[in-house]
Design a protein around this ligand. Structure first.
Ligand code: ADP
Length: 442
């Protein structure tokens, strides 16, 4: 009983005693006062009991002393409830985090049995909730993985083929907890491996492409160091250096351009200007005629006046790559048709040739760096092997993409559409005078 209650009891009994004395019933008044006090306490106790059924509501005790007890209890309960909530929130955060991980995470007990796993483990290792308690080594029957789980390897990281999908490469890491438990992390490295091998291929390709002209240049230089040479053959040899040097320069230029394009997938507003496609295409065709040295017939059909909001040098490089390919992959006498037409609200650039054509199985890979249908032939025809890769990136930067139709030994058609939002002005037909142009017509 608290001090306040004791004081109250003392006062109550004292008052009862004083009141009872004049009437000679002090014993009875004392008894009645004690009873009154006990009932009061009983009521408070009942109230406390009722509150204890729902201790998270605020207590409603009448008496201050009982109110103090209940309030202290209420405060400490509220505090611990807050702490529990915070801990639960943290736990939930950890769970969400582990579920969001793209890597499989599996916790094993000291015997290698599964305690828990995340969603990625269901995808990569085909685990289900029914596998809890099962031995992971018994479920993933892959010798290297089992050896890793058992700690039999010198290292804690291995790469292996998924037992569920041969083409998928997985990397597993084993992390020991301070207790006996083990965390196994598994991630899909198929894409990463592909990128690494692409990088290796790329370096090998660049080295190869550079080595051929370099060997030629070095050979000529060695001949030139022969001091007995007459001036005329020297001049002849120096001239021969020009071709492989230009080839190397073209390759390095294309590599730099491609790297720049890959690094910035979208041009800035400030970079875009209204490019006059008609004069651009005409100049491309003039260059292609020089390349063809009169061996092909060119037909030009310009049917769209609209300018393209783009980057002139990139559009020039794209059209030039497609037209020069038509020249290089067409036999002498072949007709090459170049057009810039309005197709609804879009504009289409198209190059058709009557050249060697491309087997269908190669079409989807043409825009890969250094991809050639016939490596040996492509090298003798010149080109860097990067042309169509550049075209692909430029078109992407202009909200377009390359399309190819081809028939082996009959010819090919490369084209792309520029969407309306990338055009400046209507796709109205050109004035008749400029519309058609061919080798014969100036
Ligand atoms: P390259 O410098 O080798 O021409 P590109 O990237 O421009 O490189 O072209 C990739 C490959 O696509 C070429 O090696 C060739 O096999 C094929 N190709 C491109 N254009 C044509 C075409 N008009 N006709 C036939 N094959 C073509």
């Amino acid at each position: 009983m608290l001090n306040g209650d004791l004081r109250r009891l003392g006062l109550l009994l004292g008052a009862a005693f004083i009141l009872g004395i004049p009437f000679g019933v002090a014993g009875w008044t004392l008894f009645a006062a004690a009873l009154f006090f006990i009932f009061g306490q009983q009521r408070e106790f009942k109230e406390l009991e009722r509150w204890s059924q729902h201790p998270l509501t605020r207590p409603q005790q009448q008496r201050e002393s009982w109110q103090d007890i209940a309030s202290t209890l209420f405060r400490s309960l509220s505090n611990s409830r807050g702490r529990t909530h915070a801990a639960l929130r943290q736990l939930e955060d950890m769970r969400t985090l582990s579920e969001a991980l793209p890597d499989a995470a599996v916790v094993l007990d000291g015997n290698g049995n599964i305690e828990r796993h995340n969603q990625a483990a269901e995808r990569l290792l085909k685990l289900t909730t029914a596998d809890r308690g099962a031995n992971l080594a018994a479920l993933i029957r892959q010798p290297d993985f089992i050896a890793l789980l058992r700690g039999q390897l010198g290292e804690e990281l291995i790469e292996f083929s998924s037992p569920f999908e041969e083409a998928t490469r997985l990397e597993a890491r084993r992390i020991r907890f301070p207790d006996e438990r083990v965390l196994v992390l598994v991630r899909d490295v198929t894409q990463l491996n592909r990128l690494l091998s692409m990088r290796q291929d790329f370096i090998a390709n660049v080295s190869h492409e550079l080595r051929t002209p370099l060997t030629v240049i070095v050979g000529y230089i060695e001949t030139l160091t022969n001091e007995d040479l007459d001036p005329d053959p020297v001049r002849d040899l120096v001239q021969k250096l020009a071709s492989p040097s230009k080839r190397m320069q073209a390759l390095v230029d294309d590599l730099l351009l491609l790297t720049r394009l890959e690094a910035s997938p979208n041009p800035t507003e400030a970079e875009l200007i209204a490019v006059n496609m008609n004069s651009l295409i005409e100049s491309v065709v003039v260059d292609a005629q020089a390349l063809s040295q009169g061996k092909h017939e060119f037909r030009l059909d310009l049917d769209c006046e609209s300018a393209v909001l783009g980057i002139e040098s990139e559009l020039h490089s794209t059209c030039s790559n497609l037209v020069s390919n038509a020249v290089r992959y067409s036999p002498d006498g072949g007709v090459i048709e170049v057009s810039w037409n309005a197709i609804g609200d879009r504009a289409r650039f198209s190059v058709s040739d009557q050249g060697i054509g491309i087997p269908p199985e190669h079409l989807s890979r043409l825009t890969e760096r250094f991809y050639r249908v016939d490596l040996a032939k492509a090298r003798t025809r010149g080109g860097t092997g990067l042309g169509l890769a550049i075209v692909k990136h430029v078109l992407k930067r202009h909200n377009s993409f390359l399309e190819v139709e081809s028939e082996l030994a009959r010819g090919s058609r490369f084209y792309f559409d520029i969407p309306a939002q990338q055009l400046n002005g209507d796709t109205a037909p050109l004035r008749e005078a400029h519309k058609h142009w061919s080798k014969e017509k100036p």
